[in-house]
Structures are given as C-alpha cells and as structure tokens.
Design a protein around this ligand. Structure first.
Ligand SMILES: [Fe+2]
Length: 446
C-alpha cells in the first residue's frame, strides 16, 4: 500500500468523527504487527483510541476489523443513485430515455458489492458528502456511456467498481485540502495528486478486481491529449474505462457546480464537449451525443431578455484577455531552451497547440465575429441568445484549458529545463505573470 494510505491519520480521524453519530466499533480484537493487542473487540473507534490506530501496520486491514452503524447496503446504495438522479430533471430524463434502471439494479443488487466497499462509501457519504455525490454521478454516467459504447458486460461492471472507488483515496488526504475551492500551492497539489494511487491501493484491499479496475482508477485524471496527471499519458496508453470516469467527473463538475449557478442543464454541455474534443476518447463523445439526443432535453432560454446585452460585452472583454494570455503563453513556449526534454514539456506543448487550435477555430481573431458581437441589439434576442450562450460557455471552458496548461509549467521548469541555463529565472518570472493574468481573467469572468 502507498505511504499515504499506510499512514492514514486522516482516515482514522474520519472514523472517529463518524463514531459521534453512527457507532464505529471493532468487530474483532485488533493487534499490531508485532502481535500486541491494540483494541479489544467491541471498542468504539473514538478520539481517545486514535493514537493506537495511527501509524500501525494493521491499519491496512482496519476496514475488515470494524463495523459502521447504518452502513449502506446494496439496496440502499441503489436508492442513493436513484434519489440523486431524481434531484436533477435532466439526469432523470436521460436515465429514463436510456432505460438504465435495470442495468443499475443489476450492478447494485445482483453483483453483491463487497461489504468493505459499502462501508468505505458510508464513511465517504458522511464525511465528504460532495465527493460522495460526485461518485454517484460519475459512476452512473460512466456506466451509461460504457453501455452506450457497447463495452462488454464485464467492462460495464469494471466501470461500476472503478467509479465507486476512484476517489475513495480522498478520505486519506487532509480534509481542508479536499474541501479547498481556491488555488492549491504546489505541495497541496502534490498531496491531492496522490489520491489516485491511494484509491488503487484501497481497491486492491477491498477485492481481487479485474486489472482494468485498478488501471482505470489510476488513470482517471489522465487525458488522451497528454494534459492529465500524474503521468501525462496519451490516448494509446490509456484504457477506455479510466477515460469514461474522467469524462463523467468533468461533466459532473460542469453540470452540478458550474451549471447549477446559472440554471443550465446537460442540454448545454455541447460547448464543453467541443472544446475538450481531444481530451477524451472520440467514441466516448459519440456515446455522449447519442445519449443526449435520445433524451431530447430542452435547451431553454438562459439569458435574461432585459439584461442579455451585457453578455456580448463580457464575451468581447474575455476575448481580449484570452488573446493576451495566448500571446504570453506563446512567448513562454518560445523561451524554453531547445534542449528541454521530458513529459512535462511535451504536455505543455500539446496544451499550447490545443489552445492555439481553439483560438483559430473559435474565430478569436475574426473581425466579423467582433463586428457581430458589437452590433447585437435588444431586438435580436430570439435570433442570437443560444449562440451567445454557447460562445460564452466555450470561452469559460477555454479558461479552464489555460489553467490546466499552466499547472504543468512548474514541473517543466524545475525538472526538465537543464540547470546550465540562466533562463530559468526568466521563465519563472514569466510563469508568475501568466498566473497573475489567468487569475485576473478568472476573476473578471466571475
Ligand atoms: Fe479523482
């Protein structure tokens, strides 16, 4: 098991917290690796026993030695899925039009989910409810996509387990970091990036799953265009299931966080898919389009008729900001010494190419688009509202691409620019400017 999962102080804290409302009790005598009795059977996992449990090797099996009152069951987990889906009318419509209820039932009930997994999910639900909800969404959507892509029943099952387990590692990461909304420091980012490895280690302790499950968990933050982490792998090195979970996670983020604030639904997901076309496997996009088409969701009128003229103004301002960001990024890329080699440099150049393509394709430099935006009038609402909305969404997504690309820069400078170059400090200065410009663009957008 990884170092972080072995030293699971945060997880023991979660157990003690849960014990405040739901009894968490040792179901057997718990010994350490040298055979000394740490806790007799029946002891509550409360704060006073915390020090006994932290740092001992027996923790690797801790989940098998405890019980949690009110633990989820196969049936109650299925109900959690259904209740969650029903909270969002668009998800409910997709679920119904895809006739997915019977598949979900089979996955939850017939497969008999391992008890330890249900127990871990119970702790996740109580301690990190946002991550639990995201787990429900992503598992549901990834399985739906797997079925739409006609993956084998075994692969759909693998998708289900990888979906349920992929973020359990976050229970072993400092909770303030997991709940942090703003920018991470590089040390914080390093800790967050460990969660895929911890989740993989947890999966191995839960049950002997197919290798595809472990691989998918490990790869769920990798992206086909090499812009993911931790290994910046490309399409041909990535398995389908991991990418389905990655896509489902990203759509979950857009739908339940970003869109919730603006009244948008899965019907508005197209600009996001267009911008990220190279990030995931093409077949998964095709599957998503097919699912959305079948659901016949209503796009609706999202822009307020009275104030919609502020939107073209915002789009124009953001286009200027993004062009500036793009120029600065271009300067940075040109400054990289030619003998810089490695995966971070490659990922950075891939990201730069991707952003440049979108800027060209998206008409950022087109005088016609600018002219069109500048001359929109009140009376044009019916004709332009949908197009404006999509343009606005597309630019927001582009900002995310800049953010993801800039995250790669510190590793590239520190690990791959050869020491002999005096240019390192100039690159670092340039990086600070890029970060400041990005922050400004982000703030303006919100
Ligand atoms: Fe994750």
């Amino acid at each position: 098991m990884s170092k972080e999962a072995g030293n699971n102080e945060h997880y023991v804290n979660h157990l003690s917290d849960v014990n405040e409302t739901n009894d968490v009790v040792a179901t057997e005598d718990i010994y350490n690796s040298t055979g000394a009795l740490l806790l007799p059977k029946g002891t509550a996992i409360e704060y006073r026993v915390h020090d006994f449990l932290v740092g001992h090797k027996m923790q690797q099996q801790l989940d098998a030695l405890i019980s949690v009152e009110g633990c989820l069951t196969d049936k109650s987990l299925e109900n959690e899925f259904v209740d969650y889906i029903q909270k969002y009318p668009d998800l409910a419509k997709i679920h119904e039009s895809s006739k997915f209820a019977s598949t979900l039932n089979q996955l939850c009930i017939e497969k008999q989910i391992p008890r330890i997994l249900l127990q871990k999910l119970t702790i996740l639900k109580i301690q990190l409810p946002g991550i639990f909800d995201q787990t429900l969404f992503s598992t549901w959507l990834a399985c739906l996509l797997a079925k739409q892509m006609k993956l084998t029943p075994q692969q759909v099952t693998n998708t289900f387990y990888a979906g349920l387990i992929h973020d359990l590692g976050l229970l072993h990461v400092e909770p303030t970091l997991v709940n942090k909304k703003s920018h991470y420091t590089s040390e914080e980012w390093h800790s967050i990036k460990q969660h895929m490895l911890i989740s993989t280690a947890i999966a191995k302790l839960i049950h002997p799953f197919d290798d595809e499950v472990y691989r998918a968990i490990k790869e769920h933050h990798e992206r086909c265009d090499g812009t993911g982490y931790p290994n910046e792998l490309h399409d041909d090195k990535l398995c389908n299931v991991g990418q389905l979970i990655g896509l489902a996670d990203m759509i979950c983020h857009i739908r339940t966080r970003q869109y919730n604030l603006t009244g948008k639904s899965m019907a508005n997901i197209l600009p996001y898919l267009q911008i990220n076309l190279n990030s995931f496997k093409f077949e998964s996009y095709q599957a998503m389009y097919a699912i959305l088409q079948r659901a016949e969701l209503d796009i609706g009128e999202l822009l307020d008729r009275q104030t919609f003229l502020s939107v073209p103004k915002r789009i124009i301002l953001q286009r200027v900001r993004m062009m500036q960001l793009h120029f600065a990024f271009s300067d940075f890329v040109k400054m990289l010494p030619p003998d810089t080699h490695g995966k971070h440099r490659n990922a950075l150049l891939d990201s730069y190419k991707k952003i440049s393509n979108i800027i060209t394709r998206g008409g950022f430099t087109s005088p016609e688009t600018l002219d069109w935006l500048e001359n929109i009038k009140d009376a044009d609402y019916n004709e332009v509202h949908q197009e404006l909305q999509e343009l606005d969404d597309m630019q927001y997504e582009l900002l995310w691409l800049f953010k993801k690309a800039f995250r790669i820069i510190p590793s590239c400078i520190n690990e791959e620019v050869p020491d002999k170059h005096d240019i390192t400090s100039q690159l670092k200065e340039k990086m600070t400017i890029l970060d400041q410009n990005l922050l400004q663009a982000w703030t303006d957008y919100q």
